[in-house]
Design a protein around this ligand. Structure first.
Ligand SMILES: Nc1nc2c(ncn2[C@@H]2O[C@H](COP(=O)(O)OP(=O)(O)O)[C@@H](O)[C@H]2O)c(=O)[nH]1
Ligand SMILES: [Mg+2]
Length: 326
């Protein structure tokens, strides 16, 4: 597969080329660099909507409706479902596909599940790469579904222009999720499963948490009650997302977001290039083992070890030279 052909085909809207390129980028295979380079000038158009929340709150079912709303407006839609479950079970991935099955035959919708396989570079660069590909493919909107479980999933939400946090009444881990930084990143809150008891209470709790978190600036995140199984509240949720998108567009948010994503992407590449190469080299020639042994035995401190691996003079000498003020 010639990377230049792949790039041209993706830009023309070829699904098979896109699917192949995603696999290449997700696995960090060699042609990914050339593919990303080729498509990059054709990107930056897609609007990214993050959908995050605990497992089982109804994110995929909600996303299915939101896809429908976007399709009604004639938008081309991409969906990335990031799933941290074991690649061996595959259960949740299958679940996501089933939940979004109503769009399986729609050529205007491209759905892809990403497993967090622990490949070199981790969750964030793979997600960033797949977003870039879907963007080049011509998606107007990309829904990015992640389980809001850990720091790396919250990190992934940096790629979203609008973050929808989904909660459900009577879920014990909701308060936990709020503590994990979700109150800070949410732009729109959905209390899904509002057919169940306690939805009003959960909505009030969210409003209270938003007050506590000081979310009273020019955009106060709205709280919408939804029932994803029937579609109740979906129109309002879609409207709130659209309002936030208008707010982002009207307040320089697109440019700020682009700069933030650029920083993340460059940092990720630097990490991979610099840290990755130092780790690989020092592991293969034994220096890694030596400094680990030295630091563990307190013959060296971690700063000295890092400086040694970076090929720098340890800073300690100079520091001592400046005199001890104690
Ligand atoms: N009662 C009820 N069940 C729902 C609702 N939304 C989703 N579900 C069900 O909750 C389960 C998990 O939904 P799913 O969309 O896969 O959740 P996800 O893990 O957050 O993506 C499925 O069995 C859905 O049918 C809702 O609003 N009310
Ligand atoms: Mg799901």
């Amino acid at each position: 597969m010639n990377p230049r052909d792949v790039v041209a085909r993706i830009i023309e809207g070829d699904r098979l080329a896109l699917a192949r390129a995603i696999t290449v980028v997700e696995d960090g295979l060699p042609p990914s660099r050339e593919i990303i380079r080729g498509v990059y000038p054709h990107t930056g158009r897609a609007y990214i909507v993050g959908i995050t929340g605990s497992p089982g709150v109804g994110k995929s079912t909600l996303t299915d409706w939101l896809i429908g709303e976007s399709r009604r407006e004639g938008k081309k839609v991409g969906v990335i479902a990031v799933d941290p479950t074991s690649p061996f079970s595959g259960g949740a991935i299958l679940g996501d596909r089933l939940r979004m099955a109503s769009h399986a035959l729609d050529r205007g919708v491209f759905i892809r599940s990403l497993a967090t396989r622990g490949h070199l570079g981790g969750l964030s660069p793979a997600t960033g790469g797949v977003i870039t590909l879907l963007d080049a493919y011509g998606c107007d909107v990309i829904f990015l579904e992640t389980v809001g479980a850990g720091q790396s999933e919250i990190e992934v939400m940096k790629y979203a222009h609008t973050v929808v946090v989904v909660l459900a009444p009577g879920m014990g881990d909701d308060v936990q999720a709020m503590k994990a930084g979700i109150m800070e990143i949410g732009d729109v809150f959905a209390v899904n499963k509002s057919d169940r008891e306690g939805a009003d209470g959960t909505a009030l709790e969210i409003e209270y948490m938003l007050d506590l978190a000081g979310r009273t600036g020019p955009w106060r995140p709205p709280v919408v009650k939804t029932v994803a199984t029937t579609g109740r509240g979906i129109a309002e949720l879609a409207a709130r997302i659209e309002e936030h998108a208008a707010f982002v567009r009207g307040s320089g948010g697109i440019e700020r977001h682009a700069a933030r994503v650029a920083e993340t992407e460059i940092t990720e590449v630097l990490k991979e290039r610099v840290i990755g190469s130092i780790l690989r080299d020092s592991r293969s020639d034994g220096r890694w083992h030596n400094v680990v042994t030295a630091v563990a035995g307190r013959a060296m401190d971690p700063y000295e070890a890092a400086e040694l691996l970076l090929g720098k003079e340890p800073e300690g000498v100079e520091r001592d030279g400046r005199g001890d003020t104690r």
